[in-house]
Design a protein around this ligand. Sequence first.
Ligand code: PMP
Length: 394
Amino acid sequence: MKFKLAERMEHLKTSEIRELLKLTEQPDLISFAGGLPAPELFPIEEIKLISLKVLSNEGTNALQYGPTEGYTPLRKLIAEQRMKAVGVNTTFENILITSGSQQGLDFTGKIFLNKDDVVICESPSYLGAINAFKAYMPKFVEIPMDDNGMIIDELEKALKKFPNAKFIYTIPDFQNPTGKTLSYERRIKMLELAEKYNIPIIEDSPYSELRFEGETIPSIKSLDKKGLVIYLGTFSKTFCPGLRLGWICAEPEILSKYIIVKQSADLQTSSISQREAAAFMQTYNLNEHIDKIRAIYKRRRDLMIEMIKQEFPNNVKYTLPQGGLFIWVTLPENVDATELLKIAIENKVAFVPGNSFFPNGGHTNHFRLNFSNMTENKIIEGIKRLGKILKENI
Ligand code: PMP
């Protein structure tokens, strides 16, 4: 490299897995790798009409710069609809529109992290968050999980050891990558610990509205009395990721820092996207659209679990998510999922090997399966192919 790069670039390298996953873009390959929504559920006809309406009625504003905080009617709709749906009573003043929740993650790193600061997260955690935080060169303290999410005794041990940790990062509902959900009791305990150590909780919740069954568990933000929770929401999984619309819901004291950072990052989120989303929510019923998504994903999850039961060998374990997009598969200890992926790609099927979701490495015997993006026929065929590979190779 002939250029002198910033030290952070040492921490941001393309991985072998990313290179392998590039090979999964062939049209005849059945990919359970991405976290993509089902494209056939995008409301294209409705958005065509909405786009025309937005451009006819408020074309100049839709194509003009707007305030950094976001388009006020959309901020109001988010406060009144989406935040209410996760049990949070709030107003538009506490909402900042971001370019996807990914931007909220990057800003979180920028606002909180100096080099070598401690980030506490689930083990495993969302790869995109790990990479966003890595740019700010923190140390990751991973907290093991069981079927009820992050193990709180382990969290407490970590906080005792690292009382100056900068934040707890959690995906409490149908976590990416495991599909696990943090129990209600643990949400309460996590908040108690956050209060005791005066540490913020970053609640990243793209999947909370995609519950297929069981009782809804209140968001951590809805239980937060001290303003310690910074909630990241998004329209990517309940509407369309291409609009790049997410939001942060937090107390003004900290939200104002996100606004400053947003101003220097990109001034504002797309004026036209924000107006399209607001007009869609005013014209149609987004809850009904989410119901449709839930019904289809539930069918796909049921089918994938059924096929896994039928096709995978008995020494392979898997999670049973009650919502979201992902199933987490655990292989016997000595098996390397990256090696299996190479064989899988040759057989035209793909998944994401699990070790990339562990910020400190290791844990090679897992992989993540996505069930939202492939049709039912492809789920049947893809899991059959994977089952054969597993039987022959582990
Ligand atoms: N957080 C989590 C846990 C995710 O899974 C994703 C997307 N896969 C994001 C954040 C980012 O989503 P977006 O930027 O599209 O809102």
